[in-house]
Design a protein around this ligand. Sequence first.
Ligand SMILES: Cc1cc2nc3c(=O)[nH]c(=O)nc-3n(C[C@H](O)[C@H](O)[C@H](O)COP(=O)(O)OP(=O)(O)OC[C@H]3O[C@@H](n4cnc5c(N)ncnc54)[C@H](O)[C@@H]3O)c2cc1C
Length: 389
Amino acid sequence: MQLTDEDAEFRGRVRQWLEQNLTGEFAALRGQGGPGREHEHFEERLAWNRHLAASGWTCLSWPAEYGGRDATIAQQVIFHEEYARAGAPARVGHMGEELLGPTLLAFGTQAQKDRFLPPIAEVRELWCQGYSEPGAGSDLASLTTSARLDGGEWVITGQKVWTSLAREADWCFLLARTEPGSRRSAGLSYLLVPMHQPGITVRPIRQLTGTSEFNEVFFDGARTARDLVVGEAGDGWRVAMATLAIERGVSTLGQQVGYQRELDALITAARRTGAARDPLLRDRLARAWIGLQVMREQVLAMLGSDSAAGAGGASVVKLLWSTWHRDLGELAMDVLGPSSMLAQGPPYDLDDWQRLYLFSRADTIYGGSAEIQRGIIADRALGLPRQSR
Ligand SMILES: Cc1cc2nc3c(=O)[nH]c(=O)nc-3n(C[C@H](O)[C@H](O)[C@H](O)COP(=O)(O)OP(=O)(O)OC[C@H]3O[C@@H](n4cnc5c(N)ncnc54)[C@H](O)[C@@H]3O)c2cc1C
């Protein structure tokens, strides 16, 4: 990626703003939050996110009319790099900002964009993603949650599962069967549903990390307005797949620059523990560093080319970062040695490395599992015959 003088000037502005603002009450938030650690200082991080928003540092790629900056890809990369370099805390509004927002920009009505995009950009409304169900994960098209029209409203009945941040969310974008008797991907609709209502119950699920980021969500006659369907009613599959492609590709950019920080910290730890002199661990550390360069190049190539994404590019990116991060968790345990197996305190206090190791097991599952991504690559990039069900 060629950086211009304007880009350099933009980098300077981002860096300066972060230096001047990640101070005072926000200084303690450095390094807080993120996958497996979403419970850390949630309210304070929300306040930080709103502070970012007030200065126009959310939703950078969106059009200015909806609260964005019309930022170029280079500027988005620069922002994420500087954000990670400053150790700024993980953001809390990423479902809205990175998944629903771009989907609404592509498929939403004018009224939906006007209603929902500004509160996402201002971090006034948080979102969760209601796709997976107990009987529909990788095979999402087998979902059974239904929605039927009752006067001016959709009435939703069913259950979602693994719904990240559902307890914190104000709204859910979900996929429901709106044509009774329809099968597989036909007859589904992409609905926007308010979470704070009597027909919705959220039950946290305790994870391997001891924390509960994801949840079961029960819909028992929950309601949403008739016009809160994105795309045409019955055409939700197409919209849902567009959100998934975004989740697997572009939205991982910010995440990846955070990985550099984790790797740097692990290299420092390896020097401290003596692991840096172990030939096998040195080899794995070097491979991790190479993997990070490959990943970055792959994302940048994909961002600059629509055709790469069409030929399974988003799946390649998802596979690269998820397996890289899972391997980094394993490497961290080996670098830290036997002490990495001890909890930090009763009953189950984990340090950052242990949390990384345990949570990164999920990386190759959510957003489409590694096996599913390889299947997509086999279909779309290699043109192999489709797998029979
Ligand atoms: C941390 C985390 C957060 C999540 N957040 C959300 C969220 O916010 N919203 C949401 O809707 N969902 C969320 N999910 C759910 C996630 O999308 C599903 O877990 C995922 O799609 C896999 O579905 P499943 O768990 O039902 O596993 P299954 O689909 O039952 O898969 C089980 C195993 O079989 C393999 N498999 C399945 N089908 C095939 C096939 N055709 N070929 C080869 N192998 C196959 C899978 O790779 C996997 O190893 C989250 C999951 C995790 C772990």
